[in-house]
Design a protein around this ligand. Structure first.
Ligand SMILES: NC(=O)c1ccc[n+]([C@@H]2O[C@H](COP(=O)([O-])OP(=O)(O)OC[C@H]3O[C@@H](n4cnc5c(N)ncnc54)[C@H](OP(=O)(O)O)[C@@H]3O)[C@@H](O)[C@H]2O)c1
Length: 359
């Protein structure tokens, strides 16, 4: 017997990718339902190659009987609905920033801290990290294990799909406007994105960083190691799908390029493409639609005793969001939920009594 899954935000960039990923990976689901805002009532979304799901409204959706909710409706919506879904017995795996830094909500990247999933019963919510954080920590984990990371300096080159469907449309229409010499009026982003780059993602914080930059620092520490110092500059670039990151890493212990390359090659979720030739590195266009976190341009930073530079690229909608969430769901099912639970008892109640979990 499989599970009942609800995808909340199913009409969005991340929700659609979640549906694709569930189907591709043959997630053990008996029933998958698509949920979005009441604006989407009457619309349909694809599930796998053959199925189409009618979209239901979140406003009156009854989560009783739902085992897992894969959620991406934005933070404000998640703040309200996720506790309601958890109370009804579902485990919510949430892509928004709403729950990530709550101490009793695990923040999980399966290749890095799968053990944290065990804490899911405290709130019935598991948080999926920010897309930029996910790809960076997947690449950093094997290097941290090898030589202990002290400090990371990262600059991101983030695609517009990271800001949702409507911002992809904004890049498309502005690009068209440039070609036909129409005036450009930024609507969702703060400045023109076509043929431009914008060093401003999410809101400014008091100390001058943007919230996206802050998220990369605090999330990395929560997932990987509270002692790692991270400083980030996050930039939106006119790319549809795929985030790239220039990552400078300073280690406590010596680490050679060859050792780093070998550790990265052996690491789960990482593909090393690193040749010092014209095409010997990966760009976002090539990473789009792929599951891997690609690492290229591995080289020593000679300005510090133990330093390396890396170029890290991944599909922000897949490993940066949907794939990571579905991998969490797979681990949850495999290690914690087991077979379908009896319908008479709420999951949250079960989760608080681990001795009763059926494996
Ligand atoms: N894109 C990424 O790379 C990425 C990565 C990690 C995390 N995230 C996070 O995931 C969330 C969604 O991102 P996205 O790129 O998928 O955005 P999106 O393309 O704009 O989609 C938003 C989704 O949320 C739904 N929604 C909005 N208001 C709602 C409401 N009141 N009730 C129910 N559903 C509602 C929308 O439904 P309607 O179509 O009915 O409006 C749509 O399905 C954001 O919080 C984002 O920060 C995104």
């Amino acid at each position: 017997m499989g599970f009942k899954i609800a995808v909340v935000g199913a009409t969005g960039n991340v929700g659609r990718e979640i549906l694709t990923t569930l189907a591709e990976r043959e997630f053990p689901a008996d029933d998958v339902v698509a949920v979005a805002s009441s604006r989407s009532i009457g619309s349909q979304v694809s599930f796998g190659e053959d199925d189409v799901l009618d979209v239901q409204s979140l406003d009156n959706f009854d989560f009783r009987g739902t085992d897992i909710v894969l959620s991406s409706p934005g933070s404000k919506v998640s703040a309200v609905f996720a506790p309601r879904a958890a109370k009804a017995g579902a485990v919510v795996i949430d892509n928004t920033s709403q729950w990530r830094m709550e101490p009793d909500v695990p923040l999980v990247v399966p290749e890095v801290n799968p053990q944290a999933i065990a804490q899911y019963g405290k709130r019935g919510i598991i948080a999926n990290p920010n897309c930029s954080t996910i790809q960076m920590v997947v690449a950093l984990k094997p290097l941290h294990d090898l030589a202990r990371i002290k400090r990371v300096v990262v600059a991101t080159y983030q695609s517009v799909s990271g800001a949702g469907r409507a911002v992809m449309d904004e890049l498309f229409s502005q690009t068209r406007s440039v070609y036909v010499a129409d005036p450009i009026k930024p609507e969702l982003l703060t400045k023109q994105i076509a043929f431009n780059v914008i060093p401003h993602i999410d809101v400014f914080m008091d100390e001058g960083s943007t919230k996206e930059e802050w998220k990369m620092a605090v999330e990395t520490r929560k997932i990987l190691d509270p002692d790692i110092a991270v400083t980030a500059t996050c930039v939106r670039v006119p790319v549809f799908i795929g985030h790239a990151e220039a990552v400078n890493v300073e280690f406590e212990r010596p680490i050679s390029e060859a050792e780093a390359r070998q550790a990265l090659r052996a690491a789960p979720g990482v593909t090393v493409v690193d040749h010092r030739t014209d095409e010997g590195y990966v760009t976002p266009v090539e990473a789009a639609g792929e599951d891997a976190v690609y690492v290229s341009r591995i080289r020593r930073d000679p300005t510090v005793p133990h330093g390396l530079n890396l170029w890290v690229v991944a599909d922000n909608l897949r490993k940066g969001a949907a794939l990571n969430a579905v991998q969490i769901a797979e681990l949850l099912v495999e290690k914690h939920l087991g077979k379908r639970r009896p319908a008479t008892r709420s999951n949250v109640e079960r989760l608080r009594t681990p001795d009763r979990v059926i494996h």
